[in-house]
Design a protein around this ligand. Structure first.
Ligand code: GPP
Ligand code: MG
Length: 292
């Protein structure tokens, strides 16, 4: 395994996340102690915008947090056994205590903790931000699950975990920081036969021809490189990861952004997201693929 931060670009990403303390993430996480770094899906209860002014803000924040947690649950639903055909995971049954999952780009740990709650298995989160690793590791201790949920200062392109050691891997809005061919080469190595990969991501639309202005503004805000939709399928196919479903979540995330835009925790990135989604230059996709 080489150094965790291999390039000047990776160092700049780590610096961003080491310094990040945005209320849109901290205040939402404070609602129930589950800190997310992804967006929300589903229908908001718009009654939070009305009612007494003194509790309005808190109710909007709770609602945004509820939608972000719903997004993580939808991602994890994809690891549940299928009703028909092989169970996947290279094993006859569903995920259980002896399974192992990896959260690639684990942030402050939200999705990892939900996965452990649901499947009761070991979860390894990796992040190139030492601050995020420390935050999430403290959370694991506080929650009393540090024996099963561990966070590592490692690079998702070169994790150092053994070949075939993972039954499932997910990326929850993290693939825009890496080369997809390098990433899926590593995931293909890590996954056991039949292991599942679930990805929720924002990608730009090949049909509209390159990055729109709004997508460029998103890249600029997070120091990332949103990929074209086509790149995902090329990189999966090149690495023995076979898609079983692709779900366009765009219509399900727009209401989250509209509510976030009206909240006190808006960061300014709401306009580019809403513009990009509504003009069709950008999609919010969930891609599920199995390792063969
Ligand atoms: C951050 O979530 C997500 C990203 C940086 C990746 C960019 C995602 C795309 C779909 C393009 P966050 O919760 O840290 O962001 P924010 O601070 O805006 O809530
Ligand atoms: Mg956030």
């Amino acid at each position: 395994m080489t150094a965790v931060l291999r390039t000047a670009y990776q160092k700049s990403i780590a610096e961003y996340w080491d310094a990040e303390r945005d209320p849109v993430n901290i205040r939402l996480g404070d609602v129930d102690g589950l800190y997310h770094h992804h967006y929300g899906i589903g229908e908001p209860d718009l009654s939070v915008l009305e009612g007494p002014a003194e509790t309005r803000e808190a109710r909007i924040i709770e609602e945004l947090h509820r939608l972000e947690t719903a997004q993580a649950h939808l991602l994890l639903d994809q690891f549940e056994p299928r009703e028909f055909g092989p169970q996947g995971f290279g094993q006859p049954g569903p995920l259980g205590a002896s399974s192992r999952l990896m959260d690639a780009g684990s942030g402050r740990g939200g999705t990892s903790f939900l996965a452990n709650q649901r499947f009761g298995c070991q979860v390894d989160g990796v992040s190139i931000s030492q601050q995020q690793v420390d935050f999430a590791s403290n959370q694991a201790v506080e929650r009393g699950v540090d024996g099963q949920v561990q966070f590592h200062f490692r690079n998702m392109l070169d994790t150092g975990f053994p070949t075939g050691s993972m039954n499932g891997i997910w990326t929850n809005e993290t693939t825009m920081y890496v080369d997809l061919f390098e990433l899926y080469k590593e995931f293909s190595r890590l996954l056991a036969f039949g292991g599942r990969y679930v990805n929720i991501t924002g990608c730009y639309n090949d049909l509209t021809g390159g990055r729109s202005k709004a997508v460029i503004q998103i890249d600029e805000k997070y120091t990332c490189n949103v990929h074209p939709r086509s790149a995902y399928f090329k990189a999966l196919a090149a690495n023995n990861l076979v898609p079983i479903s692709v779900v366009d979540l765009t219509p399900h995330t727009i209401p989250y952004w509209e509510l976030r835009q009206k909240s006190s925790v808006a960061t300014g990135v709401e306009d580019p997201f809403l513009t990009a989604y509504k003009e069709g230059s950008f999609h919010y996709l969930m891609i599920i693929a199995d390792k063969v």
